[in-house]
Design a binder for this molecule. Sequence first.
Ligand code: MOS
Length: 731
Amino acid sequence: MTATQTMTAAGRGLDRVDGPLKVAGAAPYPADFSFPGMAHATLLQATVAAGRIRRIDTRAAGAAPGVLVVITHENAPRLARAPGGITIGPPPPLQDDRVLHHGQHIAVVVAETAEQATAAAELIGVGYEPAEPLLDLADPRADRVENAAGGGVARGDVPGALASADVKVDVTYTTATETNNPLGLFCTVAFWDGDALTVHDCTQGPAFVRTALATAFGVPESGVRVLAPFVGGAFGAGLRVWQHVLLTALAARIVGRPVKLVLTRAQMFTSVGYRPRTVQHLEIGATRTGELVAIDHEGIEPAAMEDVFAESLTRSTALLYACPNVTGRTTQVRLNVACPTWMRGPGEAPGVFALECALDELAHKLGCDPVELRLRNYADVHPQTGKRWTTKALRACYERGAERFGWWRRIPGPRSMRDGRTLIGYGMASAHYGYVQAPCQARASIGRDGAAYVRSAATDIGPGTYTVMTQVAADALGLPAAAVRFELGDTEMPPAPLQGGSGLTAALGSAVHTACRQLVQAFLDVVANDVESPLRGCAAADVTISGGRISPAGEPADGETYVAILIRHGLTELTADGASARRRDLDAEPGTFGAKFAEVHVDPDLGLVRVTRVVAAIDGGRILNEKTATSQVIGGTVGGIGMALLEETVCDPGTGRVANATFGDYLVAVNADVPDIDVIFVGEPDPMNPIGVKGIGEIAIVGVAPAIANAIFHATGRRVRSLPITLADLL
Ligand code: MOS
């Protein structure tokens, strides 16, 4: 079976089942919820990066029209911090007078309307006792943490191998701070009924929000319900519980009414994380014939002063190539900055950028084709553990991608391809992402109308989870997709992990599949001794199901329907639960792989770069819905174009203030920047889970920026080692 052979209901591209709701404006996003008596909260944020609040005068704000309460560190109750690190517990807000970063929340104003709250917030007088902030990665006073997220590697003798290498590359790459910037402003709506709390939130993990809130307020988790049926994008920003979520619930508790808080676009730059900037030093050694003998990769990035986010920049360096001597480490430097977070392809997007550009430099030095160099160092087994891969079709990604792109038409030397005055460049890069499959549960039921309901407390931030889970359930139950209703985004449903780390389709899909197969078993159990049933004594392996009719295998005309069984046995419905977890019995390494190819046109007079074509070849295991999967990869590629050429969150070096916190000033790739993007899926179903999938959310962006940077070098002969690559770099 090939990756694009889909299961029956899956088809090659079932349209999004939630599409009609979204285009009709009827999909309820958190900000769409309103309740009788609802009040509105606004945040006030610090305008210094370090120091103490000497004075905070809320009298004028408190007396302003419509204001119900102003909460500051002087009157906020103590809130407990949930255990579990970054995904659950932020440091509770408003607990003391210290300021640790510019944009830190220092007050919440609650008023009858959002406008009144915003106007009143401006009346708060704040006096600071500022301290000199730590803002520079090189500041010797800053604390450093090494490999806090794991992902470090040390094998072989790197210094020895580098010393004896025929050819060496020794380079430093930097990537910019980027802000996730989902279109939907993050919003929380909270209301209390005694000790019971209901919250609508923009989150990738409702269960984590529930734990954080229950812990913060010391109430039982069973009384906290978190809903997120629709989230207006997140790209990782919803992977943790942020302080504004706790503050909204706090405000609701204090005023005894429902409270809504919507972050402003500017607050989205400081309150819900961002991709930290990186400085990465790479030394690579190779033989004259292009065998890698050593790689040393060191990454440095900022971390918040008292928070816990960390990522690894060298995870892929450890395993992408069959190199015997490799060291890699990531150092986080504690600065007076807002807490960073995961942003699409976290770790890998910047880490693989540096690695794959450095390899391009090596290929150039060796006079070796970049694809050829990668094939020469292909890792047939995991180079760190020596184990085989569950499945790996990276070779096919290179070959099929190169063929689709027309890579072999490339004339090797820089500045050797032109169209008139326009310089043309071809570049490529490898991609890898290790998807994370966490435990998950789902519940499936079929009632007398013959329709199935399948539920799990997961989220769908846009990749098509509603649609793909509908397909998985339809296949497992032998029903048309139209007869399946899949619901998510409510902590009252069976628990699901975060939609993140490219792992939810594997986790949730496996749980849905298992729940549905258990449901089939439940029907067979009902008729096990039923003399009236043609299915009497049948095991699940002995039946086929089509159109809701269960038949003994090979006898599709026989058998009976779910509905007939329910009616004859006097049942209104049958329900079954399913759980999934990462397989531990396979002595093999999982991983998602890809190869990215980019063509750029560069205007030599203006330095203007246009990405004119991208081919992304992905080994994502079985592809359940080619349409949504292709969309997912196109979206990640657009993010990669932004990363390469446009996106940069600019922080003022003196004050730590984000200087471009608007969509006018923070540039993202728009339609005019996006060329034809050609997506190819290769590979085999992954045996790690019963539905054969790997995650593709993150790998969609990984490798795009280096393919573009390498194409720019090929076009211009200019090696730009700092993202984003702008006009100024090419003039
Ligand atoms: Mo992804 S950065 O794990 O939402």
